[in-house]
Design a protein around this ligand. Structure first.
Ligand SMILES: O=C(O)C1=C[C@@H](OP(=O)(O)O)[C@@H](O)[C@H](O)C1
Ligand SMILES: C=C(OP(=O)(O)O)C(=O)O
Length: 433
């Protein structure tokens, strides 16, 4: 465990930055590249701990993935049928996206694979994917009837299903769609609210035919994927820390280049605008099927708001930093319909509320979210990421407005999605010395 002391001397954030590649898109580029026929090149890949686990798992399945001197990845696709039985247990580390999407891919492979991860992964629910995958004919065994990893998976002659997901989760939707591609017949996934659609967009870029109708996706199994060159945009979930940090500090102005602004991910921009934040999208464009823009953000006077319903899946990973932002907004911010926060790397309702309380925030947990009364000055103290990258980074943003230094325990967790976060934050920071 390592800790980091954040001094209370930062006055504002200023400058220009490009955040690392999008985590969701990076994972999918490896998976679809491996399942395709031909060579896929990925530029802008996120070399964070989670995505590196996905690379390692596919290498264990016999796929060649090499890095060029310029930092691009070259994947030699083998197709569904070219994946090989791994001789090692597939260790996904801390990554929920890796284990759930890989379960979908391996659900139709006739060989034995075992997937596991760190202590956090072994506590996160896997039945949300194992239940539909078993309905498709996959054989999955794990702790508590396949609810928790380690999980053993294999499958032969699987067939498509029509599946109504009880939660709006891109991981569930993607797992079932990827299993459907390896299965016979047609698969349909219907969601209660739209979740991120990177899988659908990238499948189409790899030549797969699929039909999208509202929150329903339909595809035929056994379609071939053809290799495709991918440029991964910057991750809006990483950019969110600087958007919030800039909005809450005085005389700040930051320009973030090349950020993915897929509408299924931009809830944070909409909510920040509603709160009075000054965030502007510039140079909007499309690349490899994904919308991209530069984001310009300035300090602003913020007012409280309510965040709920269909907006929640559009900003689920940004809620820890949104809570920090809300401590600096006038009035009462309510976050509801967000019970999914309980099954992330930590129970993020408990960790956000617990750590922000230590810093003097006026915040309470609710059954499905939290209530934050602002505006409150934050004091210093010792907080813990509890191994959750987003909690570690949210605490660093809190330190920008704290009156005394903040010590962050388990600070190394940030490497999961944003290696270099503290250096980037320090490069943007203008201090009083
Ligand atoms: O599909 C993805 O890449 C992700 C989906 C979301 O999880 P859920 O599908 O559990 O909502 C999100 O929280 C996670 O960081 C990445
Ligand atoms: C929840 C997250 O990721 P995953 O589910 O892939 O572990 C996250 O990055 O905040």
């Amino acid at each position: 465990m390592t800790e980091r002391r954040m001094e209370a001397t930062v006055k504002s954030l200023n400058g220009r930055i490009a955040v690392p590649g999008d985590k969701s898109i990076s994972h999918r580029s490896i998976m679809l590249g491996a399942l395709a026929e031909g060579r896929t090149t990925v530029e802008g890949f996120l070399f964070g701990e989670d995505c590196k686990r996905t690379v390692k798992c596919f290498q264990e399945l016999g796929v060649s993935i090499e890095q060029t001197e310029q930092g691009a990845l070259i994947i030699e696709g083998v197709g569904y049928d070219g994946l090989k039985e791994p001789t090692e247990v597939l260790d996904v580390g801390n990554s929920g996206t890796t284990i759930r999407l890989m379960l979908g891919i391996l659900a139709s492979r006739p060989f034995h694979s075992v997937l596991t991860g760190d202590a956090s992964i072994r506590k996160r629910p896997m039945d949300r994917v194992t239940v539909p995958l078993k309905q498709m004919g996959a054989v999955i065994n794990g702790r508590e009837q396949g609810r928790f990893a380690p999980l053993a998976v294999s499958g032969e002659n699987t067939s498509g299903i029509v599946y109504d997901t009880p939660v709006a989760s891109a991981q569930v939707k993607s797992a079932v769609l990827l299993a459907g591609l390896g299965a016979d017949g047609e698969t349909v996934v219907r969601e209660p609210a739209p979740s991120r659609d990177h899988t659908e967009r990238m499948l189409q870029a790899f030549g797969v035919n699929l039909e999208q109708n509202g929150t329903s996706v339909r595809l035929k199994g056994k379609q071939k994927l053809s290799a495709c060159d991918i440029r991964v945009p910057g991750d809006i979930s990483s950019a969110a820390f600087f958007l919030a940090g800039t909005a809450i500090t005085e005389a700040s102005e930051v320009y973030i280049e090349n950020v993915g602004v897929n509408p299924t991910r931009t809830g944070i921009l909409d909510v920040m605008k509603k709160m009075g934040a000054n965030v502007v999208k510039k140079h909007e464009r499309i690349d490899t099927g994904e919308p991209i823009a530069d984001l310009e953000v300035r300090s602003s006077a913020l007012t409280a708001t309510t965040v709920e319903g269909d907006d929640i899946p559009r900003l689920i990973d940004e809620i820890p930093v949104l809570a920090v932002l809300a401590t600096q907004a006038e009035g009462t911010t309510v976050i509801k319909d967000a019970a999914e926060l309980k099954v992330k790397e930590t129970n993020r309702i408990d960790t956000v509320v617990g750590q922000l309380k230590k810093l003097g925030a006026n915040i309470e947990a609710t059954e499905d979210g939290m209530v934050i009364h602002g505006r409150t000055p934050l004091k210093g103290g010792t907080v813990d990421s509890f191994g959750d990258h987003r909690i570690g980074m949210a605490m660093a943003i809190a330190s920008l407005v704290s009156e005394e230094p903040i010590v962050i325990l388990n600070q190394e967790a940030v490497d999961v999605s944003y290696p270099g976060f503290f250096e980037d934050l320090s490069n943007l920071s203008v201090t009083t010395g």
